[in-house]
Design a binder for this molecule. Sequence first.
Ligand SMILES: *Cc1c(COP(=O)(O)O)cnc(C)c1O
Length: 379
Amino acid sequence: MIGFKIPFNKASLEGDEIANVLKAFSDMHVAGDGGFTRQCHELLQAAIGAPKALLTTSCTHALEMAALLLDIQPGDEVIAPSFTFVSTVNAFVLRGARPVFVDIRPDTLNLDERQIEAKLTAKTRAIVPVHYAGVGCEMDLICRLASARGIAIVEDNAHGLFGSYKGRKLGSFGQFSTLSFHETKNITCGEGGALIINDSKFVERAEIIREKGTNRSQFFRGQVDKYGWVDVGSSYLPSEVLAAFLVAQLEVSESIQRRRHGAWSRYQTELQSWADGLGVGLPFVPAEADHPAHMFYLLMPTLAQRQAFIAHMWEARIVTPFHYVPLHTSLMGRKLGYVEGDCPITESVSDRLVRLPLYASISSEDQSKVIEQVLAFRG
Ligand SMILES: *Cc1c(COP(=O)(O)O)cnc(C)c1O
């Protein structure tokens, strides 16, 4: 059928999203920090076991808040993977910090914890691990390195809501962690995010930075009798309309997660022998990691085969994108002085990785078409 395609990702209405949005409008409480936002905060705090969650307009903005809260200054250094989305480091670069890129592990594609120590200097202020595909980084060593030197950890947990490492929830390890509710993530409101604060001493200032540098949150709670400008800040809180949508998704997260896991496991089971035959890598999940079925990727043997695979899938109108273009070899990375060869595993994985369609509402028939078309690829 011409024009029909199987997308890589499709957001879906899962519960009370529309009813909640209409309620936000009929109550005419559409600015931020109303009842729906409070419900989101409670559900996120419970999901991660964190003392404080604050909804933000994006994961990018939550990362920017973390950089402000840590008082990152020009010349400071921040350790991060190069194999990630640009916001992981841009939030810190905005404050004048230099990103110090560490290569990834060839198995989990997470920041290689064994390479961090050699990159630490007197200027290192934060380590920003990304739990790629929601598979936890080796947090034991990362936490040890950070606490021994008084360095902060900011987990970019955009992929990892509901994941855990050694039984502990992802997003609960760092002083801060950040979530994304972008359309491409497991739980969505279109554009949105959250800052998770695990160290309570940052809560008061976080509320101020999120509210334009004012103590308006304290005013609304009756703690001060007028509010004013008390610190730097910006506008990082989303409208109730988005929170209304988001809470409906969070309320049915078990159902969303169950269907994502079903589709993820089906790919694994039905593609394993094909992958073994062609030397294609499938996602590696260590025994100590519980992942949230955010992504199912293939690691093709070569760049040429990856490109041929994408073209082959498109013949059946199936969208299979690659990512990430390494940050260290990007235009900006080069301006910062990085060159090709600085992170060889990142470069190789970036050339060879491709992602399969995965979303809660993918039908069994559509997934069968994807699997059939994958199995027809012979190299
Ligand atoms: C999606 C994503 C982000 C950015 O999320 P936004 O909510 O769009 O700002 C940051 N980091 C990673 C690893 C992501 O996947």
